[in-house]
Design a protein around this ligand. Structure first.
Ligand code: ZN
Length: 240
């Protein structure tokens, strides 16, 4: 009899633990690999992987951007060579959901990169600008996305994520008061500009699967390389 009571109590404790654990996970879908990506959820452990996976679901990706209130438009497919090009390009528009525009305007990226940039702007870059400068970012200065090339422009070897527009190179930021923050000029410093750039880089690591900054190597001394290479649901990520 005593034994039966013990087993019953043990069962009760386990049942409560399971229910509590499930409730905890239900409150944090961004920390579960199998839940659908929702752009209004907080950024979680699997957010970057889910954004990268949108490369296989262009219709879903475009619907998410539209529902988030962006004015981004689908770009015509581009396939200059069998090994490079894209079908899921977006022409990124400033305003509305995107607080910062892009300079030069008319930036085209893959849909996953457009999605990651949207969340980076809203969740990372603008809050960092408010913290460090008491102002906002009006434009992201960039060196483009699509480029039909291999890694580091080599003649052979793996293709760059730029070859499918799944990467973007960010050179710096323009603030509301007209000031600029430049990766090349301000990364080596120790003031607010450098601290802002590091916060922008660190926050990007939670949204893009690959982030390469001047800390990585000299080839990246003047830009942040951000890409959405898909390496599986919980695949490895680079944040350097
Ligand atoms: Zn790059």
């Amino acid at each position: 009899m005593v034994r039966a009571v013990r087993w019953f109590l043990l069962f009760c404790v386990l049942a409560v633990a399971v229910i509590e654990l499930k409730a905890r996970f239900d409150r944090r879908p961004q920390d579960l690999p199998w839940t659908a990506l929702r752009l209004d959820d907080p950024v979680g452990r699997f957010t970057a992987g889910k954004i990268a996976a949108l490369g296989e679901a262009p219709a879903q990706c475009r619907a998410l951007l539209a529902a988030a209130g962006t004015r981004d438009r689908a770009a015509p497919p581009r396939r200059p060579a069998p090994t490079c090009g894209y079908d899921d390009g977006m022409i990124l528009a400033g305003g509305n959901a995107r607080q910062g525009g892009f300079a030069p305007a008319g930036l085209v990226t893959s849909c996953p990169v457009a999605t990651a940039l949207l969340l980076w702007d809203e969740r990372v870059v603008q809050p960092a600008a408010r913290r460090h400068f008491g102002t906002s970012v009006t434009a992201f200065s960039h060196a483009g996305s699509f480029s039909c090339r291999r890694l580091y422009g080599r003649a052979s070897g793996a293709w760059s994520e730029h070859a499918t527009a799944d990467a973007v190179d960010i050179l710096g930021f323009r603030l509301t008061d007209g000031r600029t923050v430049s990766v090349l000029r301000d990364w080596p410093g120790s003031g607010q500009d450098a601290a802002f750039l590091r916060d922008a880089r660190d926050g990007a690591c939670r949204l893009f699967t690959t982030v390469l900054s001047p800390d990585y190597n000299a080839a990246h001394r003047d830009h942040l390389h951000l890409d959405t290479a898909y390496r599986g649901p919980g695949g490895w990520r680079a944040c350097r």
